[in-house]
Ligand binder design. Sequence first.
Ligand SMILES: [Zn+2]
Ligand SMILES: [Zn+2]
Length: 374
Amino acid sequence: MFRIPFDRVNWITSSFLIGTALIAIIGAPIYFFHYGIDWFQFGMFFFYLCATMMSITVGYHRLFSHLAFKAKTPVKFFTLIFGACAFENSCLNWSSDHRRHHKHVDHDEDPYDISKGFFWAHIGWLLFKLDPEPPMDNVADLRKDKLVMWQHKYTHWIGLFVGLILPAAIGYGWNTMFGLDPVQGALGGFLIAGVTRIVIAQHCTFFINSLCHTVGSQPYSNKHSARDSAVMAFLTFGEGYHNYHHEFQHDYRNGVKPWQWDPSKWTIWTLSKLGLVEGLRRVPDSKILLAEMGEARRRAEDRIHQIKSVGPGYCQRTADLLSKVAEQLAANYHELEQAVTDRVQLSREVLQDWQNETRALMRQLSRITMPAMA
Ligand SMILES: [Zn+2]
Ligand SMILES: [Zn+2]
């Protein structure tokens, strides 16, 4: 059983995380109670939250950690500046941790290993120092990037100036311009777009490591704990389709279906149309469907095993029904697998038909209830 190492508290990080949370929880309500809702402050908070979160999801995560696309300097610069404002360490450190997370997911070397518990995966890994510190030997490519190295050197200064002092200065300037109390404007900027935004952005990111490995479905694989959840996608700017992401980490999309909520994917796509990013990596539809069909087939076989383990008393009719569904799923899987191996170009319509059939079989499977004992 994993024990929380209280003797190895990371005092600087812990003080920052707990201190900012206390300031946000206590300070923001007092500010609103005294001064009421200020739409300018709210607008600045919204801009800063989106800029910070997008810099983490589009920049730190999909661009730098996974190389899911190539970006021109303005995109790199923006995401490195506002990424620093999240106070989640430098892009180099973040990417190193994240690459280890993917490589060793659910195992000891995974920095936010969910098998050590929800608290550890969410924030515990930051509050306590690991001994020894793992080597940053998986980011040689990023070390060649001068902008990344510049941000690595000054990340806390950038965060302090752009993430905390700048919103206070903007609040001060705005209130001065409109004949309002400038100190109130500065205080609001620091508290709302500054500290409160940092706390919200951090916990939304931490949710990806905790809740996205706990809540949701596993349509692509059950070989790791990552899960897909629309609610989590909403809270994490599209990162909630985490089961897909762990299966196909180099795809620039996390919500791969057209209807799935993934503002980070839409942003990358829009930037590509503007010529600011290029080389968007996509997993072919046939491979995605193959993963879905493989998982559906595995679940059907699991159910059969489950009912047969009831013993000789299992209901023959239910077992036959399940076997039929499982056989069909397996046959479809092998047919698609062959087509993928032979690099047969399958039309969208053919893939859609296969997907519909898989879904229909899965619905049939879920309607088959467990056997009544004889
Ligand atoms: Zn993960
Ligand atoms: Zn990732």
